[in-house]
Write a protein that binds this ligand. Structure first.
Ligand SMILES: Cc1ncc(COP(=O)(O)O)c(C=O)c1O
Length: 339
């Protein structure tokens, strides 16, 4: 029987053998006292890659976003965000619960937001209305099939946000960097804080890194502690994270190539599904189908796992544990769907 091709998410990636060895051999200390040299090395490396003064290792991407929102806002503030972004739709209302903020939603059809939409949100504030203090953006934008921000548009949006702080959810920032040819720091330069996940396409078992200026990171440390995310001998995790940054970034191009190929089969079978293979630039494909449950069950029966991100929207994500044979298997399964 053909092996299972798991396209639900890039979070299913297994740590590499080199990661497992590095984790076993990691020099560690109590990070609560700032004494874990491997954690410090990871934080310094990430800060350098995104061009920020300092960085902080946290257990997950959600926690990185939540910490950033808590640092940048006060309860009652408005966070402007793309309407389908992770902080809005996929964190179980955490920003309301943890930071007491509400969202001002921005249209994000192509994964980016319009300057005019931000201007609109900022123009009407009088004393009755809550104050927007933060703009939270996502790059790549997952529900827009992993779309990469255009750098000029990002700079224009940053400018339109005037005195708001900008947070960049860069869970897949390195996918954006590899796909665009721009360094991660070029995107991060338009934000006050930025986070990236080590545990998605980069294949580390866990952990995300959050970066900003020193004052931001000092405040972030306090919020990490409050959320229960301060860790001890976390060098075990950081060792894998360092390898993720050093050895797993360039190869993301392979995942992107495979996603484009897969997108062709998806677009052929579902011409109304909103997938244009020419616009798939990273590792995520989101297809609109009337009966996502039927398609998902059909794929599962052919050894291919997919994930629903909303009713009628199925997601396929390529990653380092899916090879060309897996993509062929998925393409054949998609073509064979009969409804
Ligand atoms: C865009 C985006 N942001 C944040 C997260 C949260 O990361 P984690 O699952 O590590 O909490 C995800 C995870 O899927 C994501 O896709």
């Amino acid at each position: 029987m053909a092996p299972i091709v798991d396209l639900r998410s890039d979070t299913v990636t297994q740590p590499t053998e080199a990661m497992r060895r590095a984790m076993a051999a990691a020099v560690v200390g109590d990070d609560g006292y700032g004494e874990d040299p491997t954690v410090r090395a990871l934080e310094e490396r990430y800060a350098q890659l995104v061009g920020k003064e300092a960085a902080l290792l946290v257990p997950s991407g959600v926690m990185a976003n939540q910490i950033a929102i808590r640092v940048h806002t006060r309860p009652g503030d408005v966070v402007l965000a793309p309407r389908r972004s992770h902080v809005v739709l996929y964190e179980l209302g955490a920003s309301a619960r943890n930071a007491g903020v509400q969202f001002g939603l921005l249209d994000d059809a192509d994964g980016m937001v319009e300057v005019a939409a931000i201007a609109e949100q900022l123009k009407g504030t009088d004393y009755h209305q809550p104050t927007p203090t933060l703009l939270s953006l996502e790059n790549t934008h997952m529900p827009a099939s992993g779309a990469v921000w255009d750098l000029h548009r990002l700079a224009a949006v940053r400018q339109a946000a005037r005195n708001l702080k900008v947070h960049l959810d860069g869970a897949r920032l390195f996918n954006a960097a590899v796909a665009s040819g721009h360094p991660a720091s070029a995107f991060a330069a338009q934000a006050d804080s930025v986070m990236s996940c080590l545990s998605k396409g980069l294949a580390a078992p866990m952990g995300s890194v959050l970066a900003g200026d020193r004052a931001f990171i000092e405040a972030a440390k306090v919020e990490r502690k409050r959320l229960g995310g301060a860790m001890r001998q976390a060098g075990i995790i950081a060792a894998a994270g360092l390898l993720a940054l050093e050895t797993m970034v360039e190869r993301l191009a392979e995942d992107h190539r495979r996603a484009r190929r897969l997108a062709e089969a998806v677009a052929d079978r579902f011409p109304e599904g909103g997938v244009d293979p020419g616009r798939i630039s990273t590792n995520v494909i989101v297809v609109e189908v009337a009966d996502d449950a039927a398609l998902s069950a059909h794929l599962e029966a052919h050894g291919v796992r997919s994930g629903a991100i909303a009713p009628g929207q199925l997601r396929l994500v390529t990653h380092c544990d899916v090879d060309d044979a897996g993509i062929e298997q998925a393409m054949a399964a998609i073509a064979a769907f009969e409804r």
